[in-house]
Design a binder for this molecule. Structure first.
Ligand code: NAD
Length: 351
């Protein structure tokens, strides 16, 4: 076995159907008495429910979380937190809402309690992103890692099937790249394989029965494990590609991950055989890239970048941008092969 370093990130996880009801006790454990609840406009009703559960311990709702955490929104939310003398922020929602919580924590060191309702995994990472003048600045800071995470599968019962599938494959992407990460270790590999297997079981089930409590529970459990991998080890080509495509061409986050992942895996396949066999084993298949592609296609997710807004003329620029910075990846970045990868993802070719 190779030498490795393993560091556990500090987080308290409460998992289980109905666990939202434990929120007052968890707030108390954080010694917080004045919580600001964060949400998107669409999830205002859920935030109001949280506020009702907390009673006087909820001092307000900020319902303007949006994708990519614009710096103006972050400033506004910080200002509201200050004016209400909040001593904690509760982020209920997907990666965008949790990202807003992280921006508040970065500014003020307020503790964040996260209640995820998608499978994106941000709640398990010390990674933040803030968008200013069209550019998303990302960084790592332990202050932004939520202190407590409540995973209540009942809160994702209404997540539409197409979002469940793409968000679930977004989570799988964290684990898949974790399996060939330059700083991976045996523990994160266990988490990754288990996380992929749980989502691989859950997504087809959710396609048939979106309200199936056991499948919702499996999917959230898988998302937790995959998010833990993202928080613990470095990502590679796939995440770089998605960051570029999302940031420069404004493509939707989870769909982009879903479409690109099979092609990024195909690119790295011969350089990362152990990772490929673990992914394939987790998905009960013989070939990792095509198994991920099939999981997406058979469950109704988009499989071509041209179907989510990328233009053919963007492909050259995208591959230029991806080539600009070299970073750890099992297979070195080769210009022509990256361009071919993007073309395949654009056309939705099965790898
Ligand atoms: P999102 O948070 O943008 O949510 C998309 C939409 O779905 C929103 O309108 C939201 O209100 C709605 N929604 C969320 N849960 C729902 C539910 N259960 N039922 C119905 N509607 C629901 O999407 P996302 O994919 O969760 O997050 C994407 C963002 O998170 C991106 O900006 C990405 O960069 C970021 N992210 C960050 C990290 C990190 O570690 N920093 C990790 C993953 C994702």
């Amino acid at each position: 076995m190779r030498s490795f370093i393993f560091a556990t990130l500090p987080a308290r996880v409460i998992f289980g159907a109905g666990s939202l009801i434990q929120l007052p006790a968890e707030l108390h454990a954080l010694k917080a008495k004045r919580a600001l609840v964060l949400c998107t406009p669409e999830q205002r009703g859920l935030a109001a429910r949280v506020s009702d559960i907390l009673g006087a311990a909820a001092v307000g709702i900020f319902d303007r979380a949006v994708m990519h955490v614009p710096v103006e929104t972050a400033h506004e939310a910080c200002q509201v937190a200050r004016s209400l003398e909040a001593d904690c922020a509760i982020a209920i929602g997907g990666g965008s809402t949790i990202g807003l919580g992280k921006a508040i924590a970065l500014d003020s060191s307020l503790p964040i309690l996260a209640i995820p309702t998608t499978y994106a995994g941000s709640e398990m990472t010390p990674i933040y992103g803030i968008t200013e003048a069209g550019l998303k600045r990302t960084g790592k800071d332990l202050r932004v890692l939520p202190k407590t995470v409540i995973y209540d599968p009942e809160l994702s019962l209404g997540l539409p099937v197409h979002m469940s599938v793409t968000s679930g494959i977004n989570a799988i992407a964290h684990a898949a790249e974790g399996l060939y990460s330059h700083d991976g270790n045996p523990i994160t590999k266990l988490l990754a394989e288990e996380g992929i297997a749980a989502l691989g079981r859950a997504l087809p089930q959710l396609k048939q029965h979106p309200q199936d409590p056991a499948a919702r529970s499996d999917a959230l459990y898988g998302a937790w494990l995959c998010g833990s991998v993202l928080g613990s080890v470095g990502m590679a080509l796939h995440h770089k590609l998605c960051h570029t495509l999302g940031g420069t061409f404004n493509l939707p986050h989870a769909e982009t991950h879903t479409i690109v992942l099979p092609h990024a895996l195909a690119y790295n396949a011969t350089a990362a055989p152990e990772a490929m066999s673990r992914i394939a084993r987790a998905l009960n298949a013989s070939n990792a890239p095509s198994a991920v592609y099939d999981l997406a296609q058979q469950n109704g997710a988009p499989i071509a970048l041209r179907d989510i807004g990328l233009k053919a003329q963007d492909l050259d620029r995208a591959s230029e941008l991806v080539m600009q910075n070299q970073y750890p990846n099992p297979r070195p970045l080769e210009r022509a092969a990256i361009r071919a990868l993007l073309q395949n993802a654009f056309d939705g070719v099965r790898p």
